[in-house]
Design a binder for this molecule. Sequence first.
Ligand SMILES: [Mn+2]
Length: 345
Amino acid sequence: MKHIRILHTADLHIDTTFFSVSQKAELLKHELLEAFGRIVNIAKEKNVDAILISGDITDNGTMSEASYKFMCEAFNKISHIPVFAILGNHDFGFNYTFPENVHLFGTDLDLVSLKDADIYGASFNFERDISPLKELVIKDNDKINIMLCHGTLNGNTDNPFLTSDIEKSGLNYLALGHIHSFEGLDKKGMTYYCYSGVPMGRGFDELGEKGVIIADIYENTVEAEFVPLGSRKFVELSVDCAGLSNYIEVADKVYESTNEKDLYKVVLKGTPSGYINVETLNSVLQEKLFYAKVVDKTKAEVNIEELAKEQSLVGYFVKNAMNNQKALEYGLKALNGERIYTDED
Ligand SMILES: [Mn+2]
């Protein structure tokens, strides 16, 4: 029976700047490399026949000398395992050579034959925005056929392709890159496919657990497993502040569902029973957690009518802003000396 076991990863984005969490950027950059190191270890432990890297090896086409050396050393550690890689839209200008066991496909669709499987691939096409999947013609239907592809499923740009292209491809497995989250293994026609996602979240738009796919590919079926890499997670945590009267109580509630490893966007909701100093809460959380940022979406319970009667700047402001809820909310905070947190923070 024909069979091949592969490790599928993509979107490594080596040397990401992590600008959105700048105070931890250098550490996270290093941890991203370590996540790549773990990928190689998993390949060894799981005894895979090949590693597939479906594009966006780098974040902007270049990497530091140290990162390049780290990658080469990792590839050398598994010199008995063939690695197949393509470039993605982030690899523009990529000009590195890897050790001999790494086959980097050019932009023209090509294939490499292994014992039971043919591996097809083409790097991201910057010249004409078309997916190589649309040009695929299977050479040998008696083999297991696999392809690496970087692009957008059912999109308009970035080497797009359709589910119908997958359906008529005749492939056994399509290893996709470009979308940064794994959403499960899908199947169209005889072809199993998925995006593996990034090896580590890089911001609050890449939430949750990240990992690689280990797939056993047979002529008629695929058995795939998502293997988490144990990298730090970006987590969005919603905290209902109803009944809480100060930042200490909110912090205690936050600690109930956080750990010291992950990165948190803490979204405050509900109507607190007292005044929550968001700025103080932010710095308190920052001290205890690895990383936290607070976004205030609470609704203040203030007696507007009473405030409007006050002979003060606040009273005067409220009287004039009574009909504008947002202006009232932000204005009262500003008068209170608070920073205004919005979704864009
Ligand atoms: Mn990417």
